[in-house]
Design a protein around this ligand. Structure first.
Ligand code: NAP
Ligand code: MG
Length: 403
């Protein structure tokens, strides 16, 4: 069989622990036999990040800006325990945070639906994609514990000396206060990413805030979304037959539960944190989610939504058999290869990526799956496969489809 040729390399960001093991298996079994793979390789494994003082993470993000498409393996975000475990020079920042800051993007996460893994919400027939704003609000706040009676104020001092002052509360007794912010530029790029993604995937876009209560802060989000829509996307949406829909967050939640899915739900940072976990668990499993960072600069980074599956890795190191689900990592590869195929006009690569995804789904629907799915499937007598056995089963299905 002739291998599919590529023109422009993918940016390959290798990672840590069990997902790093899966990474090699996926390449060897599911990609290299079929595609003449071209990648520019960056080792984001913690050891090499430490050796390069995390420069490799910055380099990989810059390479993504250059080439346009990256595929990323899950990586460890160091905490004090990891600093000790890996004898690190320092407690590096989250690689995802570093990459996001350079690409200026929004993260889109969608469940992968298969028959036999049914959503808890029975009317959800199509995936619901969460688009989470990844900057500011409560994640970059200042908080004060108020010790007793006194006046709390919100003060802005401009570089030009202008002062804006508002009373938050005349405290008579102890309590708490919080200050948070966002930036018009960040909200604008969030809106642009969401609208571009809605166009690319031909799905309606929903956005919700609480602007009836938060008449300045949330209103800013609402207005910037409206501006971006009117200025740059209205005509394109109409042409594509999709809609932009704004509502209040509580109304959105009620509608989501009654919907049949098939849209993108843009969420402010905190709402996205909460509702993406609700959606992924309601749809089945974190290992059955796709995740892509879309930048308004027109570049894409595909990854799995879950972590490095540390517990399975330690079992693997002890020589015990693991049953780790590789679907999210395979979909990161297929997503990136399909995008490369679309950008470079290589139909065979697009077709291969589609078939690889179908092969994953069909393998599970045949009853061959990893332990996490076997525990929740409605299929009778599923076959529980090892990490490697599952990838080999997908290869068999893929070969039948490509023959
Ligand atoms: P995790 O890797 O997401 O795993 C948590 C648990 O979820 C696992 O122990 C396993 O449950 C289940 N699970 C997750 N993915 C699975 C899969 N593919 N197949 C089967 N089961 C799966 O989270 P963690 O173990 O708490 O975190 C490990 C490391 O990942 C941390 O160092 C963290 O910094 C990093 N992390 C990275 C990213 C990223 O790079 N995108 C995201 C999150 C976390 P059972 O043990 O019950 O089987
Ligand atoms: Mg969370």
């Amino acid at each position: 069989m002739n291998k599919i040729q590529m023109n422009v390399p993918l940016v390959e960001m290798d990672g840590d622990e069990m997902t790093r093991i899966l990474w090699t298996m996926i390449k060897d079994e599911l990609i290299l036999p079929f595609v003449d793979l071209k990648t520019e390789y960056y080792d984001l494994g913690l050891k090499y990040r430490d050796e390069t003082d995390d420069q490799v993470t910055v380099d990989s993000a810059n390479a993504t800006l250059k080439y346009g498409v990256a595929v990323k393996c899950a990586t460890i975000t160091p905490n004090p325990a990891r600093v000790e475990e890996y004898d690190l020079k320092k407690m590096y920042k989250s690689p995802n945070g570093t990459i996001r800051a350079i690409l200026d993007g929004t993260v889109f996460r969608a469940p992968i639906l298969v028959k036999g893994i049914e959503p808890c919400v029975s009317n959800w027939k199509k995936p619901i994609t969460i688009a989470r704003h990844a900057y500011g609000d409560v994640y970059k706040n200042s908080e004060i514990r108020v010790p007793g009676a006194g006046k709390a104020e919100l003060v802005f001092t401009g570089d030009d000396g202008q002062e804006i002052r508002q009373t938050i509360m005349e405290f008579k007794a102890p309590g708490v206060i919080q200050g948070m912010h966002n930036l018009d530029s960040s909200i604008r790029s969030f809106a642009e990413s969401c609208m571009q993604f809605a166009l690319d995937s031909k799905q309606d876009l929903w956005f919700a805030t609480k602007d009836t209560i938060s008449k300045t802060y949330d209103r800013d989000f609402k207005e910037i979304f409206e501006q971006v829509y009117e200025e740059s996307y209205k005509d394109k949406f109409e042409e594509a037959g999709i809609t932009y829909f704004y509502t209040l967050i509580d109304d959105a939640v009620a509608r989501v539960m009654k919907s049949e899915g098939g849209f993108i739900w843009a969420c402010k940072n905190y709402d996205g944190d909460v509702f993406s976990d609700m959606l992924s668990s309601a749809f089945g499993s974190l290992a059955m989610m796709t995740s892509v960072l879309v930048s308004p600069k027109g570049v894409y980074e595909y990854e799995a939504a879950h972590g490095t599956v540390q517990k399975h890795y330690y079992k693997h190191l002890k020589g015990e058999q693991t049953s780790t689900n590789s679907v999210a990592t395979i979909f990161a590869w297929s997503g990136a290869l399909r995008k490369r195929g679309e950008l470079d006009g290589i139909d065979a690569l697009v077709d291969y990526a589609n078939k690889l995804e179908e092969a994953c789904i069909e393998t599970i629907e045949k009853g061959e799956m990893t332990g996490d799915l076997a525990r929740i499937t409605t299929l009778e007598n599923p076959t529980v496969l090892s990490s490697e056995g599952f990838i080999k089963a997908i290869r068999k299905t893929l070969e039948e489809k490509l023959a």
